[in-house]
Design a binder for this molecule. Sequence first.
Ligand code: XMP
Length: 521
Amino acid sequence: MTDTTTSERILIIDFGSQVTQLIARRVRESGVYCEVHPFNRVDKDSIEKFTPKGIILSGGPASVTEGDSPRAPDGVFEMGLPILGICYGEQTMVEQLGGKVVMSDHREFGRAFVDVLDNCPLFDGVWARGDREQVWMSHGDRIESIPEGFQPVATSENAPYAAIANERKNLYGVQFHVEVVHTPHGAQLLKNFTHGICGCSGSWTMAAFREQEIAKVRAQVGSGRVICALSGGVDSSVVAVLLHEAIGEQLTCVFVDTGMMRAREADEVVTLFRDHYNISLIHSDASEMFLSNLEGVSDPEQKRKIIGATFIDVFDAEAKTIGGADFLAQGTLYPDVIESVSFTGGPSVTIKSHHNVGGLPERMNMTLVEPLRELFKDEVRALGRELGLPEAFVKRHPFPGPGLAIRLPGEITFERLEILRKADAIYLEEIRNAGLYDAIWQAFAVLLPVQTVGVMGDGRTYEYVCALRAVTSSDGMTADYYPFDHEFLGRTVNRIINEVRGINRVVYDITSKPPGTIEWE
Ligand code: XMP
């Protein structure tokens, strides 16, 4: 368990639900620090050390009616801590405390309505006896009887024990998912648990986090030197500004221009950090080296490998010019380090590891500094604002490490990169002009290695096809295409064809993810 400096913490025990991370987000949005840990990685001792103010048991895909299904750690219900079980979490609590869960023919998925049977601290301020309330359900099993000391406080047609409470012991269970937006009062119910029942005050703010992280970084780094690879994306920008505030001149940032950046990107990043923050910054223009290493390569994975290896060479060489460093700062986020419970074969616990500049720490014998590893992406944006980063940086769409290389299917040449840069810049300008930038998760142009016949003026053209992509998403794991109106698309396509030599046809990609991916390669 990572953080022990924040005094008010909630522990979320994960049983493998797809939406466990949403519980964490909702809890943090109410100003309470929390961590997610897999059910099989926590026990009474580790929980005691973590000193949570309360515990939330997540949902999960297993059935408590099966013999080897997951359980909450032994003794957890006797620790005197408030506990809220959600869906599978409620069912395992019921089973472990002497109630009964059975398989049911009536599954209940999606929107449902519960009747509130009684007032309860979980419902304070939102639900009262006699109300009928909308919730979101996703369960097959049904609770048949509840343990001694509990009483039903809400019921639905297919879930007689839709919410149960043992107020004396501060144990609560809900069959529905309070963490999803389809349970309209869900966030308030969770807040009632964390604030009203567990007694948290909601003092975990970005201002507090900033102070806490600065102190941590100072303690970790001492008088050592830190180097940070700056990409211009939100994460590395926030890391750089936070570290600069913490350790000032001990920090050097390196911006590697791979030649595969978007139009004006290198200038914008360098100007911001050098001129506005006075952060020591090496601007390494390595575009020729990247392009020559990529000559003749069209396989997407090969491209990624070559770019990664070249990046390490360039970064390593630049680091040597300042006499090396003891620490490497990275913008690793919480979803990258969270341990997830997997029921789909393979090892039961998968640890996602994320190395923005993979291979570097080992090669250069450096220790990692990862000040964002407890934050979700939207919290990084909030921290960026707290640190005074301009809105244009805070709200930037994500941009992949390999850059435009994976938006140019086929071989990469300087000429094709230039065509793509121009089309991409027009597309983003139109999106901004239409006020749509913030409504879109990521938007970009792709230049296909396909030429088609067109007619311009009186002449025949034979030029490239450009594809436009724009998606909405909350985490990049799933995505949907953005539904532009035809007028917007018509205007943008017209501009691209008229202003960019080399493109005579534009298509709009309406593939969702899955089955597509966001990038084309
Ligand atoms: P996909 O294409 O997998 O993309 O749906 C999901 C998100 O990840 C970004 N992406 C990458 N980021 N290196 C990166 O740093 C990569 O190789 C890479 N490939 C995809 C993509 O832009 C999207 O935000």
